[in-house]
Design a protein around this ligand. Structure first.
Ligand code: ADP
Ligand code: MG
Length: 382
């Protein structure tokens, strides 16, 4: 019945993306750490449907649990590989000329860096999204080399106290960089940040290490600092069709956000207070931008923070956004977890209304069924 081609497959994939909307929210619950009490669990992850229950330790009965629904929930046993496999198509679409933004949001210690980078000196199995994405893009562009000539370049910056610093430059990250106020779909937001070409897997690893080292060098107290700044890895892709000469551009932004925890303003002063204010401001600005995109508002307030200006080309328009909402499993994190989940719920535009969601749900299901049929057909042909 279906005469499937890869082009059909891609078209259907894109239709599904459109129907689902351009903003997806995945929740990831990190495992308990050795010193945490596993019985003190406050997040319960149920089934495959992206549902999660957060238990309130101070309430009983109906009020004791609050339900949240996301596009997907990864429980504590989900591996880096499982997480990456799920977002792989999104990342690959960059090679077809899409702009994509993937970021991790959550309190300090909730696993943002684990998801995006992986642990320090990670083995390939432990690699986070950054390594895997770069490596995947590099490998696929290599596979397609007879039809499309791709060039991949990487920029890496840190945003700390509303200042942008280059993480790939020589001589550390001391240089402060300006933003190019561009609404061009693929213009460079930070034109002066060092752009490194990527041409091998070992080069990918080397680049990540340089970025990491530069980040640490600029830190007075490494861990503290990295939880109070946003780190943005941008992969720029340029492709030229060798037959037609047509060119395409795509960009992938991978963002490890500053910790979202509320800082007790009465308890901090000076630099610490300033940092907290900058973080609150930029995370709120990010939330506002995504929220107004999900509401399809005419005005999107990109200009309210450096973070949203840097990410502008990959938020909104035809760009696709994926947010990892990172949460701790333990009950002592309840208040922060609640505020994280509420932030996520707001930006995901879930409250758009049940009727619309249901209708979309049905359409998506039909398309999904068609897609799996197509996949079967293609598999049989091979
Ligand atoms: P954040 O960047 O949000 O501050 P981290 O990524 O540094 O948090 O995670 C805090 C600790 O928990 C780290 O030691 C990290 O290795 C560990 N961790 C986080 N998520 C996972 C996971 N999914 N599996 C195993 N360990 C994890
Ligand atoms: Mg971190």
């Amino acid at each position: 019945k279906y005469h499937a081609t890869l082009a059909d497959n891609r078209k259907l994939f894109n239709e599904i993306q459109e129907l689902k909307g351009n903003i997806r929210v995945y929740c990831r619950i990190r495992p308990f750490r050795p010193w945490e009490d596993e019985k003190s669990t406050s997040v319960e992850y149920i089934g495959e449907n992206g549902e999660l229950v957060l238990s309130n330790p101070t309430k009983k009965g109906k009020e004791a649990g609050k339900n949240f629904t996301f596009n997907k929930v990864f429980g504590p046993t989900a591996t880096q590989d499982m997480v990456f496999n799920d977002i792989r198509p999104l990342i690959r679409s960059v090679l077809d000329g899409y702009n994509v933004c993937i970021f991790a949001y959550g309190q300090t210690g909730s696993g943002k860096t684990h998801t995006m980078m992986g642990p320090e000196n990670a083995t390939e199995k432990e690699w986070g999204v950054n390594y895997r994405a770069l490596n995947d893009l590099f490998n696929i562009s290599h596979d397609r080399r007879d039809t499309i000539k791709y060039e991949l370049g990487v920029q890496m910056v840190e945003i700390y106290n509303e200042q942008i610093r280059d993480l790939l430059g020589t001589g550390g990250s001391q240089k402060k960089l300006g933003i190019q106020n561009t609404t061009q779909p693929n213009g460079l937001a930070v034109p002066d940040a060092t752009m490194c070409p990527v041409d091998s897997t070992s080069h990918v690893i080397e680049l990540m290490q340089t970025g990491h080292n530069n980040r640490s060098m600029s830190a007075t107290a490494l861990n503290e600092r990295s939880s109070r700044s946003h780190s943005v890895v941008t992969i720029h892709v340029q492709g030229q069709d060798l037959k037609t000469g047509n060119t395409l551009r795509g960009a992938l932004h991978l963002v490890d956000l500053a910790g979202s925890e509320r800082v007790d303003r009465s308890a901090v002063t000076g630099d610490r207070l300033k940092e907290a204010q900058h973080i609150n401001k930029s995370l709120a600005a990010l939330g506002d931008v995504i929220f107004s995109l999900s509401q399809k508002n005419a005005h999107v307030p990109y200009r309210n923070s450096k973070l949203t200006q840097v990410l502008q080309t990959s938020l909104g328009g035809h760009a696709k956004t994926l947010m990892f909402v990172q949460v701790n499993p333990d009950v002592s994190s309840y208040t922060e977890t609640l505020s994280t989940l509420k932030f996520a719920e707001r930006v995901s535009g879930v409250e758009l209304g049940a009727a619309r969601t249901n209708k979309e749900g049905k359409d998506v299901k039909e398309l999904m069924d068609q897609l799996s049929l197509l996949k079967d057909t293609i598999a049989k042909k091979d």
